[in-house]
Each structure stands twice: as C-alpha cells, then as structure tokens.
Design a protein around this ligand. Structure first.
Ligand code: WT7
Length: 643
C-alpha cells in the first residue's frame, strides 16, 4: 500500500476490545461539559491524606496550581496503597538484566525496599525539598531510589545513564543536588557503562554533593575508584536500614522531580513537575490510553532517564498497581530478537516503544520477530516522534498481529503525560496520526496569530494537571519559552501540526531549533557550543537531516580558525568531542568544513538553507542572505563529501 492510501486508512476498534475497555466514549462529553469536575473525578482515583480545596488556581497565569490544599504522597500511591489490598503479593517489577539475570519484586517487597532506602536517605541528612541526582542503569534500585525520594519529599533529578560526565555535572550543579545515587556500572551490549567513573569526574566540579550511594551492579567488571567518607555502598546501607518509614504528607504542589531537557538555548532546562496533578494525569492515561488491567503484564522500553520512563515506567503504572517489566540493556543483545524474546518470556500484554526502534526492527527483518510467540500482546503504544505510516503498519501487522490497537501518544517532558492520543476501543485509528486530544485536554493547531488553522503550530489552550510548573530556577525563561509566542494565551509546544479531514492532528515535528534524534531531544545550540569549545573551531551551525531510522541525523557545518587544515582526523576529533561533552547519542553524523555560513544581514544563520543542502533539495529563497554566493560553495562542499 502506498503512503497516500495509508494516510487515509481508518481502522475501526474491534468490538471485543471496545466491550472490555476502561475508557468509555462518554468521557469526551463528560470532560467537555465540566472540565474541572472531570479532572477532580480523575484525581479521586488516587489516595489523598487530605482532599484539595480548589481544583485549579489560575489566578497567576502561566503559573497554574492544581488540587490546591490537597495533601498527597506519590510513593504512597505507587506502593503503600496496593500493599493494603490483594495486590500485596502481586509482581510490581519484573526485572530482566541484560546478561539474562532476572528478579521479581512484589508490591510488598518493593514496599520494604523503598522504606529502607527512604531511611537511608534520611540518615544521610536528606530532607524534604533537597534535590537528589539519580544516575543509574535500568535496574530495580533505580525505581526504588525514585520512590524513596518521593516518599520523603526530596525531589529527584534523574540523569540518563547515556549522558557524559560533563552533562551530569551541569545537571547536578543546576539542581544543587546534595546526594548522587549511581551504580558501579550498567550493562549495555555486553559492555560496562562506566557510571561510577563518570560520577567521579562530574563531582570534581560539583561542590554541593556530600555523599554518593553506589549500587553494585557489574562488580569485578568495573574497576572503580572509591572516595572514603563520600562514597557508600547501597547494599551496606540497606543491610542496616529499618523497614518502616512514614511517607511525608506532601502538598499537591510540592515538587516531585526535576527533569532536564533540551531547548533552543545552549543550556538544558530543568523541567519542574509537582505531585498531585502530575500523578493524576499519569494515572488516568495508564487506565484509559493503555487500558491497564490487573491481569496485564506491561512493558515500556523507555529509560527512566527520560520523561517516558518517569511517567510510564514508574509513576503511571505503579500508581495503577500494574506489573511492570524493566529491561536493562539493548534490543540487539545477545541477538536482534531480544525484545521479542522478553515479550514471549513474560507474556507481555501491553508494549510501548519509539518509532525509531520500530524502524530499526523493520530494517533487521521479520526473521527475528518470527522466532517468538507474541500472541500475549493486546495493545501497543508509540511515542517520541512522528511515526511514519509504513512503520505504523509494520508494527500493527507484525508485532500486533492486526489485533492490537496502536496508541500513538503525543506529549512532551513539559506536558508530563499523554495529551494527544487515540483511546483504545473508541477512536478509529489512522496510521501516522496521534488523532485527538484526550478528554480534559484542549489542544489546537493555529496560525501565526493564534487563529485555528488546517496547518500551523500545535498549542495547548488551557492548563492541564500534569503540566510543568516552571523551569527550575528560571521562571522568566518558562514564560518566554512557552507562553510568549501567543502572548500568554496559549502554551506553545514547539511543534508544527496539521489537521486532516477527520480533524485528526498530525504532528509534523519541531519548528524550533530542537532536534529529535532517535526520539532523543537535542538542542542545536548545545551541539554548536560543544563544537566551538574546540580550539580549531571558529563557528558552527548544526541542523537535523532526515534519517531513515533515527528520524533526524545531526549534521554540523563548521568554520575552522585561520590556519587550521581540514582533515578526516579533525572530523573524528570533533565528533568524539561532542560525544564526550554531551553523550554518545549526540555525536554528529556528518561534519562539513566550510569557509562561510549562510547568514541574514542581521547575522542570523539560515538553518533552513543548510537543511536544503544536507537533504539534497533545491535551495530555497536566498534573497535575505547577506551574501547569496555562499550557497554555491556550500552545495559543492556537501556534494564532494557525499561521494
Ligand atoms: C517532543 C517531545 C514525550 C515523551 C518522549 C519525548 C516529539 C513526542 C510524539 C508523537 C509526534 C512526537 C514532539 C515533542 N513527539 N511524541 N507521538 N508524534 N511527535 O519527550 O523529549 O520532551 O520530546 O517529541 O516533537 O515536542 P521529549
């Protein structure tokens, strides 16, 4: 089937699915009739120490508050309340290590571990409000650490284990973290990720950190350095810890976590989320979008270092009392069938992954899929970037066996939880579109002036419970980045979007200087500043070039300093530097040396033209360029590079 036909295809929900679905069609009407009452009802699905006085405080926009006056604890909702029911002995976490080791933690066991670790944190002086940085592999201790922080009201800042020591240092310093939790290492494709060594390096320039707790994961496989008085073994602390720790009665608006993400500036932003509203929407979407049932085994492949891991590995599923699969390693280790092997082994029912992963599996071929019985699956999800209709169809046919509805969920670190998504059993599906805003969510596509349009910018028109509250230490930046584009009226997502004949929303990708490489968000400015740090580089302009598997690939146009000779060695050196500075996933695919960059008369680099060159298109309008001659040279340079 061609792309044109696929984009028009409509797949009606199967009657059997609809009959058992958590979401009922009247949710949309209910939310439209009284949005705040709808959200209040959803919040009732959580356990509150004290109920809120007011659902939404919008007296000081864009600083909105939800469930004002309510008292709640996120850890209590993810653990304690389940232990009081038959779920006490239900599997909370099924862990699969990359080397093949596995472990099951029941809710009651999780309850014990979390309380012990909360006591460990307290004994080291961590108090309510203190920030704790978590830099860990995908192991149960990472989830325990997050929940223990939540239990005592200490906001966590999880830093993805793939980030470099410099990136870790910057995030620790911005958050002024008091403590770091890490591991000796983690397993990735048979190799050790040197988490402890990276932490040591980061801490050379991170004065706020007093203690480091280290989980022993890889043992002798990592040679680690030990700083007496600062470094403490997790297992030694846990052996002495008491199993009882009362959860802190947090305010609904107390900070639950900070999570750093890339924006248009060179510096990552600490997105700040609070407790009651965040948990309400994470929990609600688990029930309605993922249709979670007590009998399900649920697996989201995201790392806890991203928002997807926060909302859909930890807070969403555990608050819903689900059984969550946690996998440590890569999809191709020891072989390219690892994901399918895990689905078969644990009889996974709900599976959530990224389009870039799906495209990779397509490329690897069906052979790996067909080795395994995937008949346990009943619902699929995708997130992170637009999914091309071919990949959607492949996922639908070969993974879902044409039985499983696919939830294409559009949302962001900033939105905290799903925003635009079909509801399974209700929404007719169409490959490539996230379809419609969820009940209680008001999203639109608007033009430059904020007027509804067929094609334009994706905006959110009213506050929602799991919205970011601000940027940590940057209220002004929060207002400028998200609320100034449409004069305080709408939240600006940074995404472009279109509407189709059914009014379905097609998110087309970022319209700002943010790249999406394999579902990872990277600011062009971050890569550019890493490049100009190199003594050979005078100036750099970074763009994203369409890539079959990654979605976008990083291409850097670099002007060298006077007298520096371009060479292949220099290309490699610069690529290596960016990887070391930001993390391996930020390594540029191409570096092109040039004498000039296309700039407007006011000196702004025209990235649009650079993209035209990198993607081999006819070059667009150059009339605003200070020197239109630049383009001919660049085009030639790029062509010779491609040969
Ligand atoms: C950006 C947010 C939210 C979890 C993962 C990424 C893109 C995300 C979709 C989707 C089209 C999507 C957008 C968005 N994006 N999901 N289903 N369809 N685009 O979180 O790192 O904060 O990135 O990812 O461009 O703005 P993030």
């Amino acid at each position: 089937m061609s792309e044109v036909q696929l984009e028009k295809l409509l797949i009606d929900p199967p009657a059997e699915f609809a009959a058992q679905a958590n979401a009922k069609a009247d949710l949309y009407e209910k939310a439209a009739a009284d949005r705040l009452a709808f959200w209040a009802d959803e919040a009732e699905n959580l356990d509150w120490f004290k109920k809120w006085d007011k659902v939404l405080d919008d007296s000081n926009p864009p600083f909105f508050k939800w469930f004002v006056g309510g008292k709640i604890n996120a850890c209590y909702n993810c653990v304690d309340r389940h232990v009081k029911t038959w779920r006490r002995n239900k599997a909370a976490i099924i862990f699969e290590g990359e080397p093949g080791d596995s472990q099951v933690l029941t809710y009651d066991q999780l309850y014990g571990e979390v309380q012990k670790f909360a006591n460990v944190l307290k004994s080291l002086g961590v108090q309510k409000g203190d920030r704790v940085t978590i830099y860990m592999p995908m192991i149960p201790e990472a989830v325990i650490a997050m929940l223990a922080c939540a239990r005592i009201g200490a906001p966590h800042s999880v830093v993805f284990g793939g980030f470099s020591s410099d990136a870790l240092r910057d995030r620790i310093n911005d958050a002024k973290a008091k403590l770091v939790i890490t591991a000796d290492g983690g397993w990735r494709r048979g190799k050790v990720v040197p988490l402890k060594a990276n932490t040591d390096k980061a801490l050379e320039e991170a004065p706020t950190v007093e203690k480091v707790i280290v989980v022993k994961r890889v043992g002798d496989a990592a040679q680690i350095n030990w700083v007496e008085g600062r470094d403490l073994w997790y297992h030694e602390l846990m052996a002495k810890a008491d199993r009882h720790c009362e959860p802190e009665q947090c305010d609904a608006e107390d900070m639950l976590f900070i999570l750093y993400t890339s924006g248009t500036t060179g510096k990552p932003k600490g997105i700040l989320h609070t407790t009651g509203g965040y948990l309400t929407q994470a929990n609600m979407t688990m029930r309605y979008v993922f249709d979670i049932k007590d009998t399900d085994v649920y697996w989201c492949t995201a790392d806890i270092g991203w928002i997807t891991g926060h909302s859909y590995v930890v807070y969403g599923p555990l608050s819903a009392g689900a059984t969550v699969v946690l996998y440590e390693g890569g999809p191709d280790y020891p072989d390219k069938d690892r994901f399918w092997a895990i689905i078969e082994k644990y009889r996974v029912n709900i599976f959530y992954t990224a389009p870039t992963a799906i495209r990779t599996f397509m490329k690897w071929g069906l052979e790996y899929v067909q080795r395994h019985d995937l008949s346990s699956l009943r619902l699929l999800g995708t997130v992170g970037e637009p999914i091309n209709p071919e990949a959607w169809m492949w996922y639908y046919k070969h993974i879902g066996g044409e039985r499983c509805p696919i939830m294409d969920t559009w949302w962001q670190t900033e939105t905290g939880a799903h925003m635009v998504s079909p509801l399974p059993g209700i929404t007719p599906l169409r490959p490539g579109t996230a379809t419609l805003p969820l009940p209680g969510i008001e999203v639109d596509v608007v033009d430059e002036n904020g007027e509804p349009a067929k094609e334009g910018y994706l905006v959110v028109k009213s506050p929602w419970p799991s919205m970011m509250r601000t940027i940590f230490g940057g209220d002004e930046c929060y207002v400028n980045q998200y609320w100034s584009r449409f004069n305080g009226k709408y939240y600006f997502t940074g995404d472009g979007a279109k509407r189709d004949d059914l009014n379905y929303i097609w998110v087309t990708g970022r319209v700002d200087d943010v790249l999406n490489v394999s579902g990872h968000r990277i600011g062009t400015a971050e890569v550019e500043s890493a490049l100009v740090e190199c003594q050979e580089v005078a100036e750099a302009a970074v763009i994203g070039k369409k890539h079959e598997v990654k979605g976008e690939a990083i291409v850097a146009f670099v002007i060298l300093k006077e007298g520096v000779q371009p060479s292949d060695e220099l290309v490699n050196k610069l690529k290596k530097h960016v990887a070391a500075k930001l993390g391996a996933f930020c390594r540029p695919d191409d570096i092109i040396f040039t004498a000039e960059l296309p700039k407007t008369r006011s000196g702004k680099i025209m990235r649009r033209l650079l993209r035209d060159i990198a993607e081999g298109r006819a070059i667009g309008d150059t009339t605003t360029l200070a020197d239109p001659g630049v383009m001919a040279e660049l085009k030639e340079k790029y062509a010779s590079k491609e040969e």
